[in-house]
Design a protein around this ligand. Sequence first.
Ligand code: UDP
Length: 310
Amino acid sequence: MARIVVLGASGFLGSHLCDELVARGDEVVGVDDLSSSTGINLKGLESEKRFTFLKGDIAEGIPVRGKVDAVLNFASPASPPRYLETPIQTLRTGSRGTDNALQFALENNARFIMASTSEVYGDPVVSPQVETYWGNVNSIGERSCYDEAKRYAEALCMAYWREYQANIGIVRIFNTYGPRLDPSDGRVVSNFVCQSIRGEDLTVYGDGLQTRSFCYVDDEIRGILALLDSNEPGPINIGNPVEFTMLELSEIVLELTASQSKIVYRPLPEDDPMQRRPDITKARELLGWEPTVGLRDGLMKTIDWFKKSL
Ligand code: UDP
């Protein structure tokens, strides 16, 4: 059993991580400023003795007392519409917040897992994206508040690793979906599923030929925990390498929900990447990890959850 701090505990991935860690017997301290989630995702852990929640902004400091064995930094808005609303806070969380978290991990001699992102590859000209690819990011575009915060956080992790031999692990997370996606945060899977269930038009941005590779949340969490339990510094891509266009996704969602909704086209957001697909050779070889849930199966579970929760 270990004492593990999850920063961003009430978010989509943070809350699933807390559940899994508590289920496997660890003691978990969850921290969140509740700026982009409400706390509802942690309801199931309320009566759990091995779980504690602390409200706090990691850019102001890490509010945890006592010795800890690992720190997982999942604090940040992650959906484009959300981080575009709060660009300065997004940059602060990724920079000052990550610095505070790394310092705290170092003082505890704890393993530190950084939730990085496929966005560090920007609008990639190499596909699939392998970890050695440096990316194609617009450092002054709208999305830069998120992309550059995460790139800075990676640079900071590597500096702590080189200078202090900090025990870091960087995971590059590709589009993940599943139960607990916030229906209002504007991501494509939650938008299409909610729109289909409500009989509203499905909003495809641009021509819908841009691609993403969608990983079901259970697979993603298993990959992150495999990195936590290893000594690998990363960065390691954790994502599902099967690629779909947004038009294909919309058609699959319409079919699975047996919806009569129509597809409508809306403008493509600035700097929206045209393609995204992880090369997961490193995760396979170093962590023995690969995803097992296909898009249709994962979407069915997600649709069932949204039907219950809407
Ligand atoms: N998208 C879309 N319709 C929507 C929301 C998003 O066509 O209602 C597109 C968006 O332009 C992008 C892709 O779906 O190309 C994935 O968007 P999302 O916001 O989920 O995540 P991203 O991968 O861009 O961070």
